[in-house]
Design a protein around this ligand. Structure first.
Ligand SMILES: Cc1ncc(COP(=O)(O)O)c(C=O)c1O
Length: 391
């Protein structure tokens, strides 16, 4: 999906991948992240956010909950913390002392994690979408003598929800939900959120507000009308240089960039966005079967939209394009199949939409890409845990 953009925006990264594979410093099934380009994307996004008075929580699951990248965002660039998609992400960043801004959206904290969430982590906000969870948070907050800000999530039946992520209070129940939770001690209703609030429209080639955002705005209006102060209006998904001004125009206060940090937003398929591709997938041809080249797998993602790869053959250092052989997406990705024969051991580069935290890939942070002297400055697993560098 992003090969063309990679070739256009960051061709040196492809050469870096070839060099690193040749040196034996990385194994197949490794995501490489160009740390300087990542930092530049993150800096641009922060400048535009500041210009639009939008605050940012950063989503790191896409690039494997990486602690070095997370620290660049929070400590160096002033992002308002990490948005942890689930409690395991919160536990991980807590153990590393990295600032956590938002927990609970898309996955609520389980009961046995709430004590540590309220006592130790104290995120800026926790998203809540059941009265039971709000009650548990309130009890823990009272015990901890802490006032915990929360966000509420509302939906309408015709909103867009992804399978296994469905959640929220019904919009028509808003008055009751607000009055009930408002009476729970030590919880502060800080604002409202929803997901996804923006999606790329391939007809207009623009990232546009979803129906869900209309629901969120309606919820804010109703709450204001009832006399509640809604300080945070958090509009996640697709946060990027393109959508930050829209967030502001549409009344938002917060965005949560994930893919934009690595340039892998759908709007950047043709390499036209200010964010540039800073992440690629590196593997190699493992064996041949029935006229196809089987590459070591482990890093694919069902919604990755992989269409092909670049084979970095000796007579083709910039890569020869090979289309993907469309195997069965439901089977385990032991291998990725490419049409035709490329010699065994050939490095293979791909660039697609991923969620590294659901893969079993390694993640290598690479510096010196633009200058042609790539160096691995850290190796991690898909959950952001440090691995020994290959000798
Ligand atoms: C709660 C939340 N915020 C932000 C994001 C980041 O979305 P994107 O990468 O589209 O900016 C996601 C999902 O990927 C999410 O679940």
């Amino acid at each position: 999906m992003f090969l063309k953009a990679l070739q256009k925006q960051n061709p040196a990264f492809i050469e870096a991948a070839a060099q690193l594979m040749k040196s034996g410093k990385v194994l197949p099934d490794t995501y490489l992240i160009d740390i300087e380009q990542f930092r530049e994307n993150a800096r641009l996004i922060k400048i535009i956010a500041d210009n639009n008075n939008i605050r940012l929580y950063a989503m790191t699951k896409q690039f494997g909950r990486n602690p070095i990248l997370a620290k660049i965002l929070t400590d160096e660039l002033g992002y308002d913390g990490i948005v942890c998609v689930d409690f395991k992400e919160a536990r991980h960043f807590q153990s590393l002392g990295i600032k956590i801004g938002h927990v609970g959206h898309l996955v609520q904290p389980p009961s046995s994690f709430i004590h540590s969430l309220i006592n130790d982590i104290k995120p800026e906000v926790i998203t809540v979408y059941s009265l039971e969870k709000a009650r548990e948070l309130s009890i823990a907050a009272v015990h901890a003598k802490h006032y915990q800000p929360i966000l509420l999530k509302f939906y309408q039946e015709d909103d867009l929800t992804y399978s296994n992520q469905e959640s929220g209070f019904l919009l028509r129940d808003l008055p009751k939900v607000f009055s009930t939770i408002n009476n729970y001690p030590n919880l502060i209703i800080e604002g409202i959120t929803h997901f996804p609030c923006f999606l790329f429209n391939s007809t207009t080639n623009k990232t546009e507000a979803t129906h869900n955002l209309g629901t969120l705005q309606a919820a804010v209006e109703q709450a204001l009308h009832l006399g509640y102060d809604i300080r945070q209006r958090n509009y996640p998904s697709g946060t990027s240089c393109e959508t930050l001004p829209l967030i502001r125009q549409l009344g938002g206060s917060h965005g949560e960039p994930g893919h934009a940090l690595t340039g892998t937003i759908p709007a950047n398929q043709d390499g036209c966005q200010p964010e540039k591709i800073a992440m690629l997938y590196l593997t190699e041809v493992a064996h041949h079967f029935a006229g196809r080249s089987y590459c070591f797998g482990g890093g694919t993602y069902q919604r990755g939209m992989i269409t092909g790869a670049l084979a970095l053959e000796p007579n083709n250092p910039h890569g020869r394009y090979i289309p993907l052989f469309d195997g069965d997406p439901d089977s385990i990705d032991y291998h990725v199949q490419l049409n035709g024969i490329s010699p065994i051991g050939t490095p293979i580069v791909m660039a697609f939409r991923t969620q590294i935290f659901v893969t079993r890939s390694d993640v290598a942070l690479v510096s010196g890409v633009a200058g042609g002297t790539p160096q691995i400055i850290g190796l991690f697993d898909s959950q952001g845990r440090t691995l020994q560098l290959q000798r």
